[in-house]
Design a protein around this ligand. Structure first.
Ligand SMILES: [Zn+2]
Length: 383
């Protein structure tokens, strides 16, 4: 597989490989699609390949050698031909009249930026996050213009990669539009965005737009295992929770899934309790929603869904190979023994619906209560 630093994205890799092979590199691209699927990773790999001193041609595929000076510079995000632009905090006296926006930042801010760039170089799926940096400002666009106007110091193709380009504020976007309107023969601008609808149409229409795909669970699980040494079972579970996003999978790794699962088990216990369930249920829901963390509730619901799906799969096939929560197989088998005659598939559908709702602005306490009562009527009263 070409460009192994980029997980999946076979279709997009083909498009870009063909562009390289045919020598038809666009002046501007917009790589769009959900967060954490590798848009920046694709842009960086594309730029690295087109700057490599000794590219490797194999089976009609062209790859960066990953050993030459140019590749080494690109790998640490220090290539003079590859400029990465991202949101920065507002600098003191950011009048934009002269100088670089970077030069006006404090030493602390610059240190944070360097650390963030290091993390990004190590993992192109890393989301650069700098305190108070929510916008790409006009000073950054002026930096780009200045950079473009200077002559190249190194051979190869020059790239400007604007990460999460939708963060450009209106002033920056208008200035940037002028840059797009004056294409340079040897310069390619790549915008990446997970909110394409936030980009002005005049910018979009000047770019070749390339949709990037969410990642298959298996690709995410394989990447977690290969890159981070995550055990297969955990990698499979996290991949299922990650919604096709490798960044999300990496974030989930930092969460305590054991704790989340314990809460789910408590909720299920309360739902399935024979008597006086109301009190225990409302107490459990209060505990779960106390910090009003929607994201956490969503993860818990997905875990609950995966658990019930496992139970359903076990109830119809008894084949434990299809199970994701393989470490809980005994609990699952016990559960299936007791609830095999209940509509587990409908219970799973009820949870799916709640996951949809939790992403909107529905009251989460009410949502969980409704779901719990639905599950109870499906699972308990039909036994
Ligand atoms: Zn190289």
């Amino acid at each position: 597989m070409p460009w192994s630093s980029v997980i999946g994205q076979y279709r997009v890799k083909n498009i870009l490989q063909r562009a390289i092979a045919e020598g038809r590199i666009a002046h501007a691209y917009c790589f769009w699609g959900p967060e954490g699927i590798g848009k920046d990773a694709l842009a960086l790999e594309f730029a690295k390949t087109l700057n490599c001193d000794t590219p490797v041609h194999r089976d009609g595929i062209i790859e960066a050698c990953d050993t030459c000076k140019s590749c080494n510079q690109a790998s640490v995000l220090q290539h003079p031909n590859i400029q990465l632009v991202f949101s920065l905090p507002a600098a003191k006296s950011d009048d934009g009249k002269s100088g670089s926006s970077i030069l006006k930042l404090t030493d602390d801010q610059i240190r944070i930026i360097q650390d963030q760039l290091k993390a990004k170089a190590e993992n192109p799926y890393y989301n650069i996050s700098i305190p108070n940096a929510t916008q790409i400002r006009i000073a950054a666009v002026r930096d780009v213009k200045k950079n473009i106007s200077m002559s190249a110091t190194q051979r190869g193709r020059r790239f400007v990669i604007i990460s999460e380009a939708d963060a450009m504020n209106p002033e920056a976007a208008n200035a940037f539009l002028k840059t797009l309107e004056e294409p340079n023969a040897n310069i390619t601008i790549i915008l990446t965005t997970s909110r394409r609808d936030q980009l002005i149409s005049t910018i979009l229409s000047r770019c070749q737009q390339i949709r990037c795909d969410t990642l298959p669970d298996q690709d995410i699980a394989d990447a977690l295992a290969a890159r981070l040494g995550v055990a297969t079972e955990e990698a499979t579970l996290i991949a299922r929770l990650a919604d096709g996003s490798y960044s999300k999978a990496c974030e989930l790794l930092n969460d305590d899934l054991t704790e989340l699962r314990a809460e789910i088990v408590s909720l299920l216990r309360a739902i399935l309790k024979q008597r006086n369930y109301i009190l225990q249920l409302s107490h459990q829901i209060e505990l779960m929603t106390g910090d009003k963390n929607r994201n956490r509730i969503e993860k818990m619901l997905i875990l609950l869904l995966l658990w019930l799906r496992d139970a359903y799969a076990l109830s119809v096939s008894q084949n434990i190979d299809v199970i994701i929560n393989i470490d809980q197989v005994t609990d699952l088998q016990n559960f299936v023994k007791n609830f095999a005659h209940t509509p587990l598939d409908r219970a799973a559908t009820a949870i799916e619906r709640s996951i949809e709702l939790v992403r909107r602005n529905v009251d989460i306490g009410l949502l969980l209560t409704t779901l719990a009562l639905d599950l109870r009527s499906l699972l308990v009263q039909r036994r």
